[in-house]
Design a protein around this ligand. Structure first.
Ligand code: SAH
Ligand code: SF4
Ligand code: F3S
Length: 488
């Protein structure tokens, strides 16, 4: 990091908008932390800011449109306030590069996913000399694997506790990039080659987070279960990494996203079974329930392979919940193929599914090879039909919890309590939210001091997304050696 080269702290006001996945949320947290250390103050009002950053996503066209429209709206602000520095960072920066300056000439800096450490100095230089700067990594065909990989630098500085979105939860990056090259997907281009971070660094980061009060860590990677790192001549897999960080004092729960079906190995499932802090929840996108479509997507597995994986999950970790992603309207997806995706939801009863309409992405194989042959209206119809089915199944399965007690990690105030401005209320009681070990969201009335602790909640009602309940016992703690809960 180039701390010495940046100018000393000043009272700059920073506005940042973040779209995309958890990886982007983590990147924004880290960049904001680095800028705060240099004297920047966060503002929610873009008009009050003299530094505006967009952390962008390219996975679907819609996400890019959103950013280009927001940039368009800033054109006049920049004329009025020439001191304003506008930066575009993240996946769209890596993908569109110079095109961003062409479409939005008032942008000062374009910074790819592999150059995040440079942002503070790039902002200062832009403010001082007004030149436009592009800082991006190499394209996937611009050199051998090693050269391209080293042009994507993982950004994992030590962070400030107050910068985390919530005090008890934190993301921890364990991998960057992706080498799966699904035909529809831009991520291998925008995030570069798959690279696993050193287990020693990850374990250290988890320790620091635990010392700062974090109870739940979510390990991040595009295909997180493909994690492999050789340290001191020994291969470390995700299962080994979980074992290594499991006994970190203070950590109550460990999650990891997103999983790739082909890499759901038995050693990993056994680790989830044997390590009590591991969440019994796996996000493993199926994408389509039809083998022909999976083949055009180049996902590398068949529906039968996925079925074998589900059988292994259910036999090794009974009760484990599974969620999925689906793309509807992928090139060549016939009505029959779509029905097969619906059948897969009926068969595997996913806890929830994220459903996306296929969006052709320039530079991907699918965009070059296949015609985007499903009309937008039909994509929308399939999206709605699938969503209705998934919601009905989620609600039916959530209803099974009514009348039962669940143990949850309390995260803090519920979304509606935050919306109602209850953060500043002096009433000790509030609507709280937490999650079960199988990642079901639970909302209940309770003392706000429960935030960050384990609690037992009886479930009275539910919706498709949420269990609604009341606290049974006040507090739970885990015995640090056995990992078993102790009633207080
Ligand atoms: N690494 C994760 C997902 C990354 S992108 C994985 O492999 O599962 C998140 C989701 O966006 C994908 O699972 C896919 O369902 C969806 N997606 C990716 N590219 C898309 C495209 N071109 N159009 C529509 N949805 C897409
Ligand atoms: Fe994209 Fe496929 Fe990699 Fe996921 S596994 S990020 S969908 S290329
Ligand atoms: Fe989007 Fe990049 Fe994440 S394209 S989904 S922000 S890895």
């Amino acid at each position: 990091m180039s701390e010495e080269t940046t100018t000393p702290p000043h009272n700059s006001k920073l506005f940042i908008e973040t779209v995309g996945c958890q990886m982007n949320m983590l990147d924004s947290e880290l960049v904001v932390g680095a800028l705060r250390q240099r004297g920047y103050e966060l503002t929610k009002d873009v008009r009050a800011a003299d530094t505006v950053l967009f952390n962008t996503c390219s996975v679907r066209e819609h996400a890019e449109h959103k950013i280009y429209s927001a940039l368009g709206r800033l054109k006049f602000s920049k004329r009025r306030r020439p001191n304003l520095v506008i930066g575009v960072m993240g996946c769209m920066a890596q993908k569109d590069q110079e095109l961003i300056f062409q479409k939005a000439p008032h942008v000062d800096i374009v910074v790819g996913t592999g150059q995040l450490a440079e942002i503070p100095s790039l902002i200062e230089t832009a403010r001082a000399d007004r030149d436009q700067t592009l800082a991006v990594s190499l394209g996937r065909r611009d050199g051998n694997r090693q050269t391209v990989a080293s042009s994507f630098e993982s950004y994992d500085p030590l962070r400030e506790p107050e910068m985390r979105p919530t005090p008890y939860q934190a993301f921890v990056r364990i991998m960057i990039g992706c080498d799966k090259f699904c035909t529809y997907c831009v991520v291998p281009m925008t995030r570069g080659p798959e690279q696993s971070r050193s287990p020693r660094e990850i374990a250290r980061e988890v320790e620091v987070l635990a010392e700062q009060g974090v109870k739940e860590v979510t390990l991040l990677g595009q295909t997180v279960n493909s994690y492999r790192h050789t340290e001191d001549g020994q291969l470390v897999r995700l299962s080994d990494l979980l074992e290594r960080i499991h006994d970190t004092a203070g950590i109550e729960r460990i999650k990891f996203v997103t999983n790739y079906p082909k890499d759901m190995t038995t050693d990993l499932l056994e680790a989830i079974r044997d390590l009590p802090k591991c969440s019994h929840y796996l996000h493993v996108p199926l994408q389509s329930g039809c083998d022909d479509v999976l083949k055009t997507m180049k996902r590398g597995y068949t529906v039968a392979d996925y079925s074998d994986m589900m059988d292994r999950i259910n036999s090794i970790v009974p009760g484990c919940s599974v969620s999925s992603d689906f793309i509807v309207g992928h090139p060549g997806e016939s009505e029959e193929s779509f029905e097969k995706s619906l059948d897969s939801i009926r068969k595997w009863r996913f806890k929830n599914s994220f459903i996306f309409k296929y969006s052709p992405r320039p530079g991907t194989k699918a965009d070059t090879l296949y015609e985007d042959d499903i009309p937008e209206d039909e994509k929308r119809r399939r999206n709605n039909v699938m969503l209705d089915l998934q919601n009905a199944i989620s609600e039916e399965d959530n209803a099974e919890f009514i009348g039962r007690e669940v143990e949850i990690l309390v995260e803090g105030l519920s979304k509606s309590a935050v919306k109602a401005g209850e953060q500043n209320s002096t009433d000790p009681r509030a609507q709280l939210v937490g999650r079960t070990r199988c990642d079901r969201i639970v909302v209940f009335e309770g003392n706000r001091r429960l935030a960050g602790s384990m609690a037992r909640v009886a479930v009275d009602d539910c919706t498709a997304t949420t269990l609604i309940g009341h606290v049974v016992t006040r507090e739970y703690q885990h015995n640090p050696t056995s990992g078993l809960p102790i009633l207080q």
